[in-house]
Design a protein around this ligand. Structure first.
Ligand code: 5GP
Ligand code: ZN
Length: 114
């Protein structure tokens, strides 16, 4: 497999500051933020996309979502609101093929997305 940038970030081998990490996941600022707060929450193990969810236990996504919820709370987004996005595949706009949740907040979001 080609080197995966998010695996490298999760391993701590880049200079990327982690806002949070535990045994299963890590969170860091998106390099190209689309909102005042734009965090990526990723599993530490390599899973290419939501299409590959069958490879992990049922509790796995719950942990990623509850971590994202806790970060939203910690960053003061819970009251005003926020958006969590998982782009999947080419039509979904996925550009990095390591599963990640975008946590976006700090401004009003539009619907439908472009
Ligand atoms: P996707 O388009 O796959 O849903 O989202 C990938 C996200 O990863 C993009 O928002 C992009 O800005 C972010 N990204 C890509 N490479 C890096 C990197 O090296 N560091 C960080 N922090 N974010 C990255
Ligand atoms: Zn990876």
């Amino acid at each position: 497999m080609k080197t995966c940038i998010f695996c490298t970030i999760a391993s701590g081998k880049t200079g990327t500051d982690l806002l949070f990490e535990d045994e299963q996941c890590a969170a860091f600022h998106d390099i190209n933020p689309q909102a005042p707060t734009h965090i990526l929450v990723i599993p530490k193990r390599h899973i290419s996309s939501l299409n590959d969810l069958g490879q992990v236990p049922d509790t796995f996504m719950h942990h990623l979502f509850s971590t994202t919820r806790d970060l939203a709370e910690r960053l003061g987004l819970s009251k005003t609101g926020y958006r969590v996005v998982i782009n999947t595949g080419a039509d979904g706009g996925q550009t990095v093929f390591h599963l990640h949740l975008h946590l976006l907040g700090g401004r009003s979001m539009h619907w439908p997305p472009g």
